[in-house]
Design a protein around this ligand. Structure first.
Ligand code: ADP
Ligand code: MG
Length: 410
């Protein structure tokens, strides 16, 4: 029998102790403080953020911890329990295309805050994390968000104290990832890590020009009372073409919107008052001999609608009824958007066979993680069945995480 491997979240005390010790060992003397930020899991709404659509993430109990101390000069020195050596740069040298390596995610936040007009000096920082890397659970956003709240505190900006201020930290974190680390992500991850709330999902609307109250609406997501839990399965699958495929999907969506004379594909979604999918597909047909364009559009538009309806059910306290939306989302991502893979499909199929109420891939796809909504009483059994399915298929054993909706960066 194959035992499922569980990835437990650290307690706040444990995480703080780890980075405090790492900092003190690396930089003589204690840090000024310790901050942390969660990874995230997206319940539904995949590949919708860059189409000005909707998505619905929650924060994980798994967090990235940072211990930080400001410096008198403009040097940045960083160590991580997950990386070798010391990452070093002068803040004045940080610019798009100018720095490499993992430190770009941290120094990039400092750069973006400075670009936004805040006075940010150099600092030393130590990082440690129980968020798995590259698992689609946003270890990169957890790192940025932890750095953002830490810099916010030591520079006395006060942005973390309000949701509107947090929206500014989201923007700085997103710019760090896009412009300094060079990863073209759409803002979902940073919003989730900085703006989710314990016990809530966050309905994000990426329509340009919305104020923070409109762009991120907390939706009570009480799974425990419903006798349910969210199981996350990190497939540990590695697929090398992820970035290229992501860029290609974005480009296709932009092309389709342009052909339709729209700013974004959200303008098609009927739940948001759009023209409706049938008319959009008919208009695209002459430009789309192989049907790829229409399948991509059908995913994005149907996913926006599913996200709106999923959020409505959750709001009504009907979390147990969202399973069919999760499955429909997975099918759409697999067949129309073509971003699933064998391992993600195997999690979904085996979890459903073991009695999950719903399951789907989460995150960008081509590996990473899948989620399953399961009854609390069934969770060990479902994990067992999934682990055995992977063993039978001779795949790398997956890792399992429990994901109650958790607290934001602090
Ligand atoms: P994901 O966000 O899905 O985990 P990404 O590729 O976006 O995957 O981000 C992973 C990258 O973020 C790592 O390769 C590393 O550069 C950086 N990173 C995240 N967490 C840490 C950490 N604790 N220490 C050092 N680097 C980290
Ligand atoms: Mg990431």
């Amino acid at each position: 029998m194959t035992e499922p491997q569980w990835l437990e979240a650290w307690t706040a005390e444990d995480g703080a102790r780890r980075v405090d010790e790492l900092f003190t060992r690396s930089f003589d003397g204690p840090p000024e403080g310790v901050w942390s930020a969660p990874g995230r899991v997206n319940l539904i709404g995949e590949h919708t953020d860059y189409n000005a659509g909707l998505c619905l993430p929650t924060a994980l109990p798994h967090r990235t911890y940072i211990a930080l101390r400001p410096r008198e000069d403009d040097q940045v020195r960083l160590v991580s329990a997950q990386a070798e050596g010391v990452w070093e740069a002068r803040l004045s040298d940080v610019a798009p295309g100018a720095v490499r390596g993992w430190g770009a995610y941290v120094a990039g936040v400092a750069w973006a805050l400075a670009e936004a007009g805040h006075k940010i000096g150099g600092f030393d920082a130590a990082v440690d994390s129980c968020v798995p890397f590259g698992a689609g659970l946003s270890s990169s956003a957890a790192l940025e968000a932890a750095a953002a709240v830490a810099l916010d505190a030591v520079a006395g900006l006060g942005l973390a104290a309000s949701d509107a201020g947090r929206a500014e930290l989201v923007e700085a974190s997103r710019r760090a990832e896009n412009e300094i680390a060079g990863a073209p992500t759409g803002g979902l991850d940073q919003s989730a890590s900085l703006r989710c709330r314990e016990g809530y999902a966050l309905l994000l609307d990426f329509r340009p020009g919305l104020n923070p109250l409109e762009s991120g609406v907390p939706v009570p997501f009480d799974l425990a009372t419903a006798g349910l839990t969210l199981l996350v399965v990190d497939t540990r699958a590695e697929h090398s073409h992820v970035d290229g495929e992501y860029g290609a999907r974005r480009a296709t969506c932009e092309q389709a919107a342009k052909l339709l004379g729209l700013d974004s594909l959200r303008e098609i979604a009927p739940t948001l008052g759009g023209m409706g999918i049938d008319r959009a597909l008919a208009e695209l047909e002459p430009h789309d001999p192989d049907g790829v364009l229409r399948r991509r559009v059908r995913h994005v538009v149907s996913e926006i609608d599913r996200t709106a309806r999923f959020a409505d059910l959750v709001r009504e306290g009907r979390a147990a009824d969202v399973g069919p939306f999760m499955l429909a989302s997975h099918t759409s991502l697999r067949d129309d958007y073509e971003v699933s893979c064998r391992e993600l499909d195997l999690v979904v199929d085996s979890a459903m066979a073991a009695g999950a109420l719903g399951a789907r891939m989460t995150g960008g796809g081509f590996g990473g993680s899948a989620i399953a909504l399961v009854r609390l009483a069934d969770v060990d059994m479902v994990a067992q069945v999934v682990a055995e399915a992977f063993a039978e298929a001779h795949l790398t054993p997956p890792a399992f995480l429990l994901a109650p909706p958790s607290a934001p960066a602090a």
